[in-house]
Write a protein that binds this ligand. Structure first.
Ligand SMILES: Nc1ncnc2c1ncn2[C@@H]1O[C@H](COP(=O)(O)OP(=O)(O)OP(=O)(O)O)[C@@H](O)[C@H]1O
Ligand SMILES: [Mg+2]
Length: 321
């Protein structure tokens, strides 16, 4: 394969399965499909990093090797990025050795509460009287704010088949960076009443971000790529009775205005359901199909995420929406 597909898992709502889904699709791609996978954690909660390894190991990497926070610092200082320096190689330990071909770019708990970006553009031509030159300089600086993750991932893109980005529950600058760096975005949703309101708003907001970036790029005569909508993965956690109604309403609402290519069904055919084993698996730093536990129901999850991953491949690799 050539260059990795880059996919962001996104929702401004918290606790809707973004991290669990990113992690399990990534594990399945590496284990069941032999893909080379990079998981990218841009959420300061660092949940994805902590699903891959124990807190002690994470802390060791964080202090000795550094995280995306240090990578971002290099970007700010306009020095060499060196994304490879911060990648943890094959962090997930199965019984018989590491989960092959799955790497992690970890996030940093120290980023909690830190503001990123937002520096005022410096303009040197301000007194020369050339207004367009000033405008171009400002546009250049503003565009750079959205370019950190794209530049960082460009350095390693040829080494992977899939790069999966786990976004924080917001649409601030780092999430905007993820969208600008990605080919596709996937929304995870707990299908409850409020999600049928929230998802169309989320898609509209993502389009607004795209238009904002495009307008700035147009000042410089440039075109920029941006993530396209690949579908919704439903995470059915509670009150299962309502789920199907909400999903059907979402299908109707979205089909009327998505208009981005021919999306036959905006919702993935397989959902993940509330099954036993996720907290045990998280504690053991293992995907749910490897987790040790007494409950035979845990085995069922393996098949769920396998089916979701098959569909992910059809949508994000073959473009069959
Ligand atoms: N299919 C599922 N069945 C049962 N529990 C699940 C399922 N998917 C996720 N969970 C659990 O739900 C909780 C929230 O999931 P997760 O952390 O993936 O959400 P998130 O959207 O990434 O949250 P945040 O916005 O805080 O980053 C976790 O405790 C996870 O173990
Ligand atoms: Mg999360």
């Amino acid at each position: 394969m050539g260059e990795a597909r880059i996919v962001s898992f996104i929702n401004y709502k918290g606790g809707v399965g973004k991290t669990t889904t990113t992690y399990h699709i990534g594990c399945s791609l590496a284990e069941h499909h032999g893909h080379r996978v990079l998981l990218v954690d841009i959420d300061p909660q660092s949940n994805l990093s902590l699903l891959c390894m124990s807190y002690d190991r994470y802390n060791q990497f964080r202090t000795q090797q550094g995280t995306i926070r240090d990578l971002y610092r290099r970007f700010r200082q306009e020095s060499r990025l060196g994304t490879r320096d911060f990648i943890v190689r094959e962090p997930i330990q199965l019984n018989n050795g590491p989960l092959r071909n799955l790497d992690l770019l970890p996030c940093d708990l120290d980023m909690l509460g830190e503001d990123i970006g937002g520096i005022l553009p410096t303009v040197s031509a301000a007194r020369t009287g050339n207004a367009f030159q000033v405008l171009e300089q400002v546009a250049e600086r503003v565009l750079r704010e959205w370019d950190f993750l794209r530049l960082a991932l460009d350095e390693v893109r040829s080494e992977y088949d899939d790069i999966l980005i786990d976004c924080p529950p917001n649409l601030y600058l780092m999430t905007q960076n993820a969208l600008a760096a990605s080919d596709w975005y996937v929304i995870t949703v707990v299908p409850e009443h409020l999600s049928s309101v929230g998802v169309p708003i989320l898609i509209r907001k993502i389009r607004d971000i795209r238009e904002r970036i495009r307008r700035v790029a147009a000042i410089l005569g440039r075109e920029v790529s941006f993530a396209r909508f690949a579908g919704i993965i439903a995470v059915k956690m509670r009150r299962a009775g309502q789920h199907q109604d909400v999903l059907n309403r979402l299908r109707e609402d979205l089909s009327s205005y998505i208009g981005e290519g021919s999306l036959a069904d905006p919702v993935f055919a397989t959902a993940t359901t509330e099954l036993i084993g996720y907290s045990e698996a998280a504690e053991q730093n293992l995907p749910v199909w490897h987790a040790r536990g007494n409950n035979p129901a845990m085995a069922a999850e393996r098949r769920e995420y396998e089916a979701i991953t098959e569909e992910y491949l059809r949508r994000c690799h073959s473009g069959e929406l």
